[in-house]
Design a protein around this ligand. Structure first.
Ligand code: GTP
Ligand code: SPV
Ligand code: MN
Length: 591
């Protein structure tokens, strides 16, 4: 395939041509490769990535279509300290975001990109976030000098001609520029220009830093556009629960990075839930808009899963294990001599010898982990045996429940339901969670992560709360709001709740509440399951007593918790809706 001739199929959209030309002039690539999304192109690019050493071909009998990638050891996760929201004023970005004036950032980054693709290929990657023809769908074009990004975007988004089809001769598309430079953390910037619908990412080649459709467009720019246009861009999975009678209830859930969205989106109900099915619509991002029928409708803008690998096995996530057996790119897991892969928490025991995520020899005696804690699979959603048929529906799905949840060893109970929408917004806004390996920095520290959006909100967090509160007026039948915590531990540090598939028990109560067929008791935090409508039958070593521990509220812990809420509230005080203060007072008085 001759690259210069590619692109001839492209009906010239003047806005696209002009912009690509200008960026090419800046970055000075030797070649421009116009991606069309075809199967032939995938084959060609894959072959080329293998030749260049960017991908390792895995055993094609055991793992057909699967490839292996190692990122630079200094580049293994999102970098929040290098992520900027370049709104016109610092106040618009708010105190929870890094900010630099757009002009200053453009100047700085254009200098870094100047000639940065000399000797390299610039891939022009057109993509859709959302199904073709959906009113919520957005067009993006990412220019990248990473063949890994081009191939990953093909999995994660609807990539290729389809994007030009939606764009037509319009000029409204997200302009994304990605230059790897020399993968130097000192020159790493993930910069967003919401008012220009533009993103520039330099100095990284990893996940959320560079797959610009995902966190950058679908969440940071998306949330900014959502406020302007009256919808919500959220860090949420979407799933559909089907009862034995065939009734389907759709639920969206926001848990911070590496806190269980992919797992929850794919749960397999335990045996006692005979006839119940859980379908995946999305595992990371939801775009939600009020529909003409007064309900809140959601799409998953992505078309693939970029999931955390460690801990994935046929017990914790059987659907994920099935879907990553073919046509998957693995990043930073361990590579076995037989051309297959391994990670901590795999079904198979540790291999006698393998190469770790850095490419060094590893044996079970090694002190370091074989797979990086933030190693990932990228797999197309069509691989998922429980992919909801609605995942491609331009209309989306109607959301009956919104769940918030964090990773908390103490203080927070297993489940409760907010009293109403505003209370639910408060519950989401005050969410805290232990930090994880999904972002560079410490692991295990509790921090406030409102709605799991702390690293992803593209404007002032106080205004974001106000937008959430204001949405209530636009939704006649608002979803019920819940809080869950799968991660509460006992005094010995062991998880009190078995989690994973057993989370179906919590989900069932939530669905039954939405359908008006489960009772609840009023408690200080919200509604909690009544004694007879939370099923614990068949749970080994689990008693009503354990459930009581999981649900218990310790007043001393809650005193500390509310003081910790206040730290965030003080930080954003000048934009904090007063409803949040009132909710705080109500909570204190209930406690
Ligand atoms: P991102 O892709 O980073 O946004 O993460 P995510 O929210 O999709 O999290 P994921 O489902 O990948 O889970 C992250 C980690 O949490 C994995 O190590 C899981 O094994 C663990 N985990 C998920 N669900 C549960 C659960 O119910 N209980 C416990 N104890 N651990 C869980
Ligand atoms: C997250 O960190 O929430 C992820 C992984 O989903 S990344 O794509 O790197 O953002
Ligand atoms: Mn995520």
């Amino acid at each position: 395939m001759n690259e210069q001739t590619l692109g001839h199929w492209l009906a010239p959209n003047p806005a696209v041509m002009q912009w690509v030309e200008a960026q090419a002039k800046l970055c000075a690539p030797d070649r421009i490769f116009w991606c069309d999304g075809s199967a032939a192109e995938k084959e060609y690019l894959t072959e080329r990535a293998v030749t260049e050493g960017v991908l390792v071909r895995l055993d094609q009998k055991k793992l057909p279509g699967c490839y292996y990638h190692r990122s630079n050891a200094n580049d293994v996760a999102r970098v929040e300290q290098c992520t900027y929201i370049c709104t016109e004023t610092e106040e618009d970005a708010g105190p929870t975001n890094n900010w630099l004036a757009p002009k200053a950032m453009y100047t700085k980054l254009r200098a870094l990109c100047d000639g940065a693709m000399r000797g390299r290929t610039m891939y022009v990657v057109p993509y859709l976030m959302g199904p073709l023809g959906s009113p919520l769908t957005k067009v993006g074009i990412e220019l990248t000098d990473s063949i890994y990004v081009a191939l990953s975007m093909r999995i994660m988004t609807r990539m290729g001609r389809v994007a030009y089809e939606q764009l037509g001769d319009g000029a409204e598309f997200n302009r994304g520029l990605h230059c790897m430079l020399d993968i130097n953390p000192e020159r790493r910037y993930i910069a967003h220009f919401p008012q220009d619908n533009a993103i520039i990412s330099v100095g990284s080649n990893y996940g959320g830093n560079v797959l610009l459709g995902k966190k950058c467009l679908a969440l940071r720019i998306g949330s900014y556009l959502g406020r302007r246009e009256g919808w919500l861009a959220e860090h949420m999975l979407i799933l559909g629960v089907e009862s034995p009678e065939g009734e389907k209830t759709f639920v969206a859930a926001a848990f911070p990075s590496s806190c269980g969205k992919t797992n929850f989106a794919m749960i397999v109900p335990p045996p006692q839930f005979k006839g119940w099915k859980v379908w995946t619509v999305g595992d990371d991002i939801a775009w939600m808009k009020p529909g003409p029928d007064g309900r809140l409708w959601a799409i998953n803008p992505e078309s693939g899963y970029f999931g955390a690998v460690p801990g994935t096995n046929s017990k914790s996530n059987p659907n994920a294990m099935t879907m990553i057996q073919h046509d998957t790119i693995f990043t930073n897991v361990a590579l076995k001599p037989d051309g297959t892969v391994w990670w901590e928490g795999h079904d198979d025991p540790p291999p006698a010898e393998c190469l770790d995520w850095r490419g060094n020899k590893w044996t079970p005696e090694s002190k370091e982990k074989a797979a990086h804690p933030n190693s990932r699979f990228a797999t197309p959603m069509i691989n998922n045996p429980m992919l909801a048929p609605e995942a491609d529906d331009p209309k989306g799905v109607p959301i009956s429940a919104i769940i918030f949840g964090g990773r908390r060893a103490d203080t927070l109970p297993l489940v409760y339901q907010a009293f109403n929408w505003i209370h639910g917004v408060y519950v989401g806004a005050t969410m805290g969670s232990e930090t994880t390996a999904a972002a560079v920095g410490g692991v295990g520290q509790v921090r406030r992560d409102p709605m799991a959006m702390l690293p992803f909100c593209g404007y002032n967090m106080g205004d974001y709360f106000r937008h959430w509160i204001g949405m209530r007026k636009k939704i006649k039948f608002p979803p019920r709001i819940y809080y869950v915590n799968w991660f509460r531990k006992d005094a010995e540090g062991k998880y009190l709740w078995p989690g994973f598939g057993e989370n179906m028990r919590v989900l069932k109560w939530i669905v039954d509440r939405c359908r008006g067929r489960a009772d609840a008791d009023e408690a200080p935090l919200g509604w909690v399951p009544g004694p007879h409508c939370f099923d614990i039958n068949g749970l080994p070593n689990f008693s009503r007593d354990t459930l009581a521990k999981l649900q218990s509220i310790n007043y001393e812990d809650w005193r500390r918790e509310i003081i910790s809420h206040d730290e965030l509230f003080m930080k954003i005080y000048s934009h904090l809706p007063k409803e949040m203060i009132f909710q705080r007072e109500l909570l204190v008085s209930r406690l």
